[in-house]
Ligand binder design. Structure first.
Ligand code: NOJ
Length: 597
């Protein structure tokens, strides 16, 4: 497909700010973030240059997977607030000229959802078929086995759970307490749409981030996954259960509803490395999803058999650049659209993963990544805390027991089981990986100021003289050094730089948001040098980024590489080190942007 004119639409040039309710801002001092806390920070969010907020699940939930296990789509987890608070949040967001997206988690529910309770009650329950139940298999020696060898996404166990009462297994691609819904059942789908989508669309939400969007349709025979980890009976099976045969039929059905409300969607698309396959989700003509989150970039450096089966920074800069090139390629000559993100609630902090989080480098690293992201095409996503350059919690001051996420704790327990609880070397290796990659890093409460109790997470309650509970997760040990208050009025701060970058991105949207990306030195292990070209002739932008802790020289690329007949002028238009820019030289973690004329 050749597309000569790229449609310009509001959501393509929007900046979306992601909020994790438990950890954003605690208004009442109970140690858990809440909706009034979010409302109190809307002016701050708007001041960053944000157009849309995305709220991670705030629905009623037993919180086995922090709200991604929903027990009632039509209610709010009480410690966060009420449906009425949500209505206030929606109105207050709109009043500031921003839009609001919710998380749509409909591959599975909680096992505490009334649908599942009915389903598991008996084999004759009218809702039995709303989830995926299968009889056991038996080995030649008569041992009871799950229906196939799929591994759950958390830990190393089976994706099937045996139900004593009804003597069948149910499927849960994630935690045992997150049974997968059966999308083959038309009645189930109708109930999902009404309860999870229309209930909130009718209350004014503007769109959804769609959780694990490509897992709804399972291959009918539920075949075994190939064996990649011979040490265990359970194998990663994402390549088998993602992108099943009825996926596009289901999305077309969902779209009939979304269209009525003009709602936008961004789907989470794991296990889909093939660009043509991704395009079937995001091609404008296909009317499936507006955009997706591909995993290529955030998966860089992760282990092959398990994400934590790796060591810190187990990748090269060319790996990182190749992954970025893949996501940028999605819009090249197509009618598809891409996203730009390095962080979310499932990822460790980008400064720690992709630059250097030692005190002398972390501000530079954060600015370098902000500059890079602002120059990439697609809709830009910023995760809470990223705008102040938060880094991973340090290993020395944040013991492994402080990590609460099911993904981290199940892995650590699995290592203990496999290698013994006294195997210090293996446990330390696992802790190193967790300290580098755990989702917990993104979930540590936001330090609003470094001075008051718990990093200021509950500052309003403290000011009101309330007694404060300790936050649900231990505060960030570096809250005194990295916090919002100390950056708010500092023109050299990471926060000020992000604001500047988002403005810059908007001013040069034709090239930065919509342009075509070309990596000029894919093999370079130290520098990232790319151009952004307009769809039709005109100026280009050259971006040079130094990903090392040393000073580096660079050469102006040839006119041919830049895609012009001659370079008349190279105009510096942005940099991470103002006042110090020298063409051909880059300080440690310096980034420069030039207009090529
Ligand atoms: C993806 C979500 O982002 C993650 O946090 C969650 O654990 C799984 N899907 C299951 O819903």
């Amino acid at each position: 497909m050749t597309v000569t004119v790229r449609d310009k639409l509001w959501w393509k040039q929007a900046v979306v700010y992601q909020i994790y309710p438990a950890s954003f801002c605690d208004s009442n001092g109970d140690g858990i973030g809440d909706l009034p806390g979010i409302i109190s920070k809307l002016d701050y969010i708007a001041s960053l240059g944000v157009d849309v907020i995305w709220i991670c699940p705030m629905y009623d939930s037993p919180q086995v997977d922090m709200g991604y296990d929903i027990s009632n789509y039509e209610d709010v987890y009480r410690p966060y607030g009420t449906v009425q608070d949500m209505e206030t949040l929606i109105n207050e967001t709109h009043a500031r000229g921003m839009r609001i997206m919710l998380d749509l988690v409909i591959n599975h529910t909680s096992d505490q959802h009334s649908w599942f309770k009915e389903s598991r009650a008996s084999k004759d329950s009218p809702k039995r078929d709303w989830y995926i139940w299968r009889p056991a298999k038996y080995s030649p020696s008569g041992e009871r086995l799950p229906p196939n060898n799929w591994r759950s996404n958390f830990g190393g166990g089976s994706a099937w759970e045996w139900d004593e009462q009804t003597q069948e297994y149910y499927l849960h691609l994630f935690a045992t307490e997150q049974p997968d819904l059966n999308w083959e059942n038309h009645e189930t789908r109708k109930a999902i749409y009404a309860s999870s989508m229309e209930f909130w669309l009718a209350r004014g939400v503007d769109g959804f981030r769609v959780d694990t969007v490509n897992m709804y349709s399972k291959p009918p025979t539920l075949p075994d996954a190939p064996i990649v980890d011979p040490e265990t009976p359970y194998q990663p099976a994402g390549m088998i259960y993602c992108n099943g045969p009825r996926m596009h039929e289901f999305l077309t059905e969902m779209n009939l509803i979304l269209e009525k409300y003009g709602a936008i969607t961004v789907g989470e698309l794991p296990c889909t490395p093939d660009t043509q396959r991704v395009l079937r989700y995001v091609s404008a003509k296909a009317k499936q999803l507006n955009m997706v989150f591909q995993f290529d970039v955030v998966d860089v450096g992760m282990g092959k058999t398990h994400k934590f089966a790796t060591r810190p920074k187990n990748y090269t800069l060319p790996d990182f650049k190749a992954a970025i090139d893949l996501t940028q390629a999605l819009i090249r000559g197509t009618d598809g659209w891409s996203t730009v993100f390095l962080e979310n609630h499932d990822q460790a902090r980008s400064v720690s993963r992709f630059t250097d989080d030692r005190p002398e480098y972390r501000v530079r690293g954060a600015k370098l990544l902000a500059l890079m992201e602002a120059c990439l095409s697609g809709t830009q996503y910023v995760y809470q805390g990223q705008e102040i350059g938060l880094v991973n919690v340090p290993k020395e001051s944040y013991p492994v027991d402080n990590y609460l996420d099911i993904d981290s704790s199940l892995y650590y327990n699995m290592v203990k089981e496999r290698h013994g609880a006294d195997n210090k070397a293996e446990l330390d290796k696992a802790f190193d990986a967790i300290q580098h990659l755990a989702r917990d890093h993104a979930r540590v409460p936001i330090p609003w100021n470094g001075k008051t109790k718990y990093g200021g997470f509950s500052e309003a309650a403290e000011k009101a003289g309330k007694e404060l509970q300790e936050p649900w997760m231990k505060p960030h040990p570096l809250a005194g050094e990295i916090n919002v208050a100390s950056q708010l009025h500092d023109p050299d701060s990471v926060l000020a730089f992000w604001r500047k970058m988002l403005r810059f991105r908007r001013e040069h949207a034709d090239l930065l948001v919509y342009g075509d990306f070309k990596d000029l030195r894919p093999e370079d292990k130290d520098l990232f040098v790319f151009v952004k070209e307009p769809a039709h002739g005109g100026d280009r932008v050259l971006v040079v980024l130094n990903f090392t802790t040393e000073e580096k020289a660079w050469e102006v690329p040839s006119p041919a590489a830049l895609g012009v007949s001659e370079v008349r002028e190279l105009v510096p238009i942005m940099c991470t080190h103002p006042g110090k820019t020298r063409v051909g030289q880059l300080a440690a973690f310096e980034g420069q942007v030039y207009l090529v004329r």
